[in-house]
Design a protein around this ligand. Structure first.
Ligand SMILES: NC(=O)c1ccc[n+]([C@@H]2O[C@H](COP(=O)([O-])OP(=O)(O)OC[C@H]3O[C@@H](n4cnc5c(N)ncnc54)[C@H](OP(=O)(O)O)[C@@H]3O)[C@@H](O)[C@H]2O)c1
Length: 300
């Protein structure tokens, strides 16, 4: 089993991921690295007894033989640099930034197809929340002409890198929507909401389609929601599909596990749980994967 993992990036995503990796019985967290020894995330890692360094990628290079899988939770630009090193050493990377260098992955849709790929890109939080719904819609109509997804997340869960990467967020989410649904056009919007008390992550999908089979859509949506709940228990359909003359609207809410930020920050969980699913899949190419990956069994 190749289960020794490292995390680069000590912000919202990196720290939540660290909590999940520490709790995991299947993964062995070896390093958490960043670029500031006094960042809150780095202090949290030290408190939890994890080996840390502020030398970032240089530290990982020195210890390249001591981990099998690396999670990149920095930023899209930094990931492009990091991946040059990971590629040189043929290191398996799970990229949580919207850099879009690696193979796009939504575990319930295509985990099984990732065998042999070295760099897996997890798109965006809005992508992980909306793509299962968009995929269920694709399987329930003749064609998607236009698909739009609007996600709302709490301001305190969006670090500086998330804000810096808003353009990449939009571009990567829109690209993935087209890739996984063959839609003719796509649009992604992210609303970083400063309201107090903080809002829970919510994603609304609106689409214009040809020949929607409403009963099939309802059944496909509930099947895929159950499958996502296998790795994100707080993923819930809050607006059943409404279909009116080929226009479809539905919405999901995502509550997290509260590993780092409280439960409202489902945006951290939806992508980090996907990252954990990919890492476990990589470390034991059977078992866990067959439980969550084969959507075709549930979606007709
Ligand atoms: N927050 C979300 O809801 C969310 C969801 C899905 C995906 N993402 C994506 O995940 C990435 C991180 O987002 P975030 O919200 O966690 O941002 P963040 O809180 O700003 O975290 C980024 C962390 O990476 C560190 N970092 C940046 N470049 C680095 C480098 N070259 N070497 C080492 N460390 C480096 C930063 O260090 P400093 O502490 O020194 O700044 C910071 O600790 C972004 O690309 C974002 O688009 C975010």
């Amino acid at each position: 089993m190749s289960n020794r993992v490292a995390i680069i990036g000590t912000g919202s995503i990196g720290v939540d991921l660290m909590c999940k990796a520490i709790k995991s019985k299947e993964l062995d967290l070896r390093f958490v690295v960043g670029r500031r020894s006094d960042s809150p995330g780095m202090r949290e890692a030290m408190l939890r007894g994890v080996e840390t360094s502020s030398e970032g990628i240089y530290y990982l290079e020195k210890h390249i033989e001591e981990f099998d899988i690396v999670f990149d939770a920095t930023s899209a630009n930094s990931h492009a640099e990091h991946d040059r090193l990971f590629s040189k050493h043929n290191k398996f990377v799970i990229d949580l930034t919207p850099a879009k260098i690696g193979e796009l992955c939504v575990p319930v849709i295509n985990l099984e197809l990732l065998k042999g790929k070295r760099n897996i890109n997890l798109i965006t939080c809005g992508g992980q929340a909306s793509l299962p719904m968009a995929y269920a819609l694709k399987k329930s109509c003749d064609k998607i002409l236009y698909v739009e997804v609007i996600s709302s997340i709490s301001s305190d869960s969006a670090g500086i890198a998330t804000r810096d990467n808003l353009n990449e967020y939009v571009e990567t989410t829109e690209f993935a929507l087209k890739k996984f649904t063959d839609a003719e056009a796509s649009k992604a919007i992210l609303n970083i909401n400063p309201a107090l008390p903080q809002v829970c992550m919510q994603t609304t999908l609106y689409a214009r389609c040809e020949k929607v089979d409403i009963e099939k859509l309802k059944s496909n949506v509930s099947a895929i929601v159950r499958q996502v709940q296998e790795y994100v228990p707080g993923y819930n359909l809050v607006l059943e599909p409404l279909v009116d003359s080929g226009n479809v609207t539905l919405a999901v809410q995502v509550y997290g596990n509260g590993d780092y930020l409280p439960e409202y920050a489902g945006n951290l969980d939806i992508i980090n749980s996907a990252a954990m699913a990919v890492a476990k899949f990589k470390s034991r190419l059977s078992g866990y994967s067959s439980k969550i990956a084969v959507i075709e069994e549930g979606v007709a």
